[in-house]
Design a binder for this molecule. Structure first.
Ligand code: DC
Length: 226
């Protein structure tokens, strides 16, 4: 079974997806983190994204591993744990441009399909219900007010020692929304059959319970016909 979770940045997608996967015993795949890993790779190697030859050869060589420990999923780039580095402001400011590159998307979408195809998975991103798994068993599209999202982002950044004002975060988030929704390839939009979940005024537990109930209903329906 594949559960697709899409939506803009800082809407509570990752937290919901992670908890949902735990409650259901499914694998969790954070595809945004994969785009962040490739962004870090490009930054570390000083690759100019317009230099197609250089970019192609970089994308052919890197090794991306995702390992689960007791608490979390860790991301390894060429053997190095980059789980914290991929959340830095530098990566955040560059990830939209990198994730708009067709070569990058082609490479990562194929890895995402391979990982999720053979196991029950909760897959989270921007194009999961529209492009990566258009036939996902159930699709959620998570939204929230921009100010609330900025406050959530501010708390996340504090945890890794970065301080930012709400105003600057509102601008960053709005810029990224615009970029992600207007890009030519796989823009962010709600799949016609996705269930919208607005997390502006809900607690994490409320939103996860809502999603768990929807999935359980679906499983019940499926079992009826099998
Ligand atoms: O969810 P996030 O903020 O970690 O995602 C980082 C960026 O990656 C985001 O700006 C859009 C991009 N992304 C994407 O284009 N497609 C996905 N499936 C997931 C993320």
């Amino acid at each position: 079974m594949i559960i697709a979770i899409d939506g803009p940045a800082a809407t509570g997608k990752s937290t919901s997806a992670k908890l949902l996967s735990k409650k259901l015993g499914f694998t969790y795949l954070d595809t945004g983190a994969m785009y962040r890993c490739v962004t870090l790779l490009i930054l570390k190697n000083n690759v100019e994204i317009k230099n197609h030859n250089h970019l192609d050869s970089l994308l052919m060589q890197f090794q991306l591993d995702i390992k689960k420990n007791k608490k979390d999923y860790l991301f390894f780039l060429d053997g190095e744990d980059v789980s914290t580095d991929i959340r830095s402001t530098e990566v955040t400011n560059n990830v939209s441009a990198v994730s708009a590159l067709p070569v990058v998307r082609k490479k990562l979408v194929s890895i995402q399909r391979k990982i999720a195809e053979n196991q029950d998975s909760v897959v989270e991103g921007r194009d999961i219900g529209t492009v990566v798994f258009p036939n996902a068993d159930i699709k959620f599209f998570i939204v929230a007010d921009t100010i609330v999202r900025a406050k959530r982002r501010q708390l996340d950044l504090k945890k890794i020692g970065e301080e930012k004002t709400i105003d600057s975060l509102v601008k960053e988030i709005s810029d990224r929304d615009n970029y992600d929704s207007r890009r030519k390839i796989s823009p962010l939009f709600k799949a016609i059959d996705a269930i919208e979940v607005n997390t502006t005024n809900t607690t994490i537990d409320e939103q996860v319970d809502f999603m768990v109930n929807k999935v359980k209903l679906l499983i019940k329906e499926k079992n009826k016909y099998e």
